[in-house]
Design a protein around this ligand. Sequence first.
Ligand code: ATP
Length: 480
Amino acid sequence: MAALTLDALTSLAKRRGFVFPGSEIYDGLQATYDYGPLGVELKRNVQARWWGEMVHKRADVEGVDAAILMHPTVWKASGHVDAFNDPLIDDKASKMRYRADQLVEGYIDKLRSKGKDAEADRVEKDFVAALNADDMPKALHDLIMGEQIKGPDSGAFDWTEVRQFNLMFSTHVGPVADASSKVYLRPETAQGIFVNFHTVREATRQAVPFGIAQIGKAFRNEIVARQFIFRMREFEQMEMQYFVKPGEQMEAFEAWREARWNWHLGNGIRAEHLRWHEHEKLAHYADAAQDIQYKFPFGWNEIEGIHSRTDYDLSRHQEYSGKNLQYFDPHTNEKYIPYVVETSVGLDRTVLMLLCEAYDEDTLGGESRSVLRFHPRLAPIKAAVFPLVKKDGMPEIGHKIEQALRDEGLTVFYDEKGSIGKRYRRMDEAGTPVCVTVDSETLENGTVTVRDRDTLRQERIAQDRVGEYVRDAIKMWTRA
Ligand code: ATP
């Protein structure tokens, strides 16, 4: 199979209606994207599976859907106003802007790809020291200058200083735009969970340990957003905060690490395309942090973070709100601020990962086809129904099967135009696991042909068994 490029994937995503550039008729708005008919189904299936596994299947996790606009002090307490910064640097030659830390990471990757591991190790050591330095921007700048790292786009060595840039978008509530009306678009969903720790606990009578989960939009004014839906300025997160007794966080951390890894495998991601990455720099309040990375066409990159955040968030909200956020443990009669283990995964990044993972090319009857081998449980369209020809009552039977599948809650596509081979291939490219064809034998004995996207096996089954066949295909799927 030819190596997948992000360009090829972006164009397939647009052509087939997965993801479009945002505001395209006005030439787009950088790093914003709209999900098309197939994309929105894929995304909703991912959301539903996350919610199913994280909330519905567990007695100890509750869901919330908090407001995007929150009291501005929330972001003071959380540390985002003072510290949600990225270090930026400009290439004076090309006028291109980069994240200084990513520039160094890219340089280290390049050294490794050239087999210069010893040099890469040395720069990596200096990089970690720079990230931990008191004056991090200056330390990063010194490193870039010392290593003479060139602009990736211009090849020039003509940098500005490194400056810190706050990633939060702000707006104003009410008609007067002054400092007192300033609010932020949330840069993460987690704070909506922390501020509801008590309300959720009281309403549900949950006892620690328990978790709160949320899916929702987050906004970050990213400095560099060039990798399709990998890095957007408006994106969706699926986050869960698990509250535990202090001292019990490591056990929870390990359990959630395992659960989250398995969730990705259950989406059909191959284990060899995933790896753990330990943070080079722990936030001062965290006592463990690991990311799950996926092997994207542009390299290994984070899709999910699992963090042990101690009692930092709740303590800060207690301090800034003046409200008591302690928990009274009825078993031990102790009062404490719970520790938190969080799992935080990007929905859009998961969709991108699924597209990359599913994409395949092969030859069929001398013609090459692209096929998206989604796990059928996530496939946007579960079945396609084709009458072989547009006569002899075949369309009527086709529509009857289509409606029966829709009534069972399955997503279906009906198509009666063009050669059957072309219709199959179009569905392969949409990742549809099962195609159903009504032909002359159907008129004689009520059977239809079902075709499997991956094995290409065709068999005849009774037309009233199609729903069952599709559900079995979802249940029994393993990657070929
Ligand atoms: P990165 O280092 O890639 O900027 P991060 O460490 O800042 O990510 P977190 O704050 O831990 O990310 O957010 C949790 C998850 O949210 C990430 O693992 C990612 O899947 C998703 N995410 C973060 N920023 C973006 C973005 N700009 N676009 C799309 N998804 C994002």
